[in-house]
Design a protein around this ligand. Structure first.
Ligand code: ZN
Length: 141
C-alpha cells in the first residue's frame, strides 16, 4: 500500500469521535490499542458504550489490548469510492486475541493474498487533523 508515507500528507478521514469512544481514539492517536472493560464483571465493552451489557455496571477500566488477532472476513468496497483513497482499502473483521471482533482495514497485503484465520497485528496510520487510526497487517514471525 502506498497510502501514507512520512513524506506524504495523510488523506484518510479522521475518526468520527463520540463521547463514549473518545478514550479509544485518543489512545489510538498515541499509538495504543485499548478497550474498556467492566470493573464489576471483567466483560470487554466493544464498541464503547456507557453501561456493561452483562451486569449493567457503569464502572469501567481502560485496558491495553495485545493488538494481535486473526482475519475473520474481508471485502474491498468499490461503490461508492471511499474518500481519501486512490485504491479502496481492504475492510476486514478481525477476531482479537481477547475474544471479540473489530472492524478495521488490512494493509501491507494484496487482497488476493488474504486468507481466513490469517494472523495479523495492529499498527496505526495517520489521518487528517493529526489523528491516528488502528489498522492491521500480517503478523511478523
Ligand atoms: Zn459487567
Amino acid at each position: 500500500m502506498t497510502e501514507n508515507t512520512e513524506e506524504q500528507k495523510p488523506t484518510r478521514m479522521p475518526p468520527v469521535v463520540t463521547l463514549d469512544a473518545k478514550f479509544f481514539w485518543d489512545h489510538a492517536t498515541k499509538g495504543e490499542l485499548v478497550c474498556e472493560r467492566c470493573s464489576n464483571c471483567d466483560t470487554f465493552r466493544y464498541p464503547p458504550r456507557p453501561m456493561c451489557p452483562d451486569c449493567h455496571s457503569v464502572e469501567r477500566d481502560i485496558v491495553p489490548l495485545s493488538g494481535k488477532g486473526t482475519v475473520y472476513s474481508w471485502i474491498r468496497p468499490r461503490h461508492p469510492k471511499p474518500f481519501g483513497f486512490d485504491e479502496p482499502p481492504i475492510a476486514a473483521l478481525i477476531t482479537l486475541e481477547e475474544g471479540f471482533r473489530m472492524v478495521s482495514n488490512l494493509i501491507d497485503i494484496e487482497f488476493e493474498d488474504v486468507t481466513a484465520g490469517m494472523p495479523v497485528e495492529v499498527t496505526f496510520v495517520p489521518t487528517l487533523k493529526n489523528k491516528q487510526v488502528p489498522v492491521f497487517r500480517p503478523a511478523k514471525g
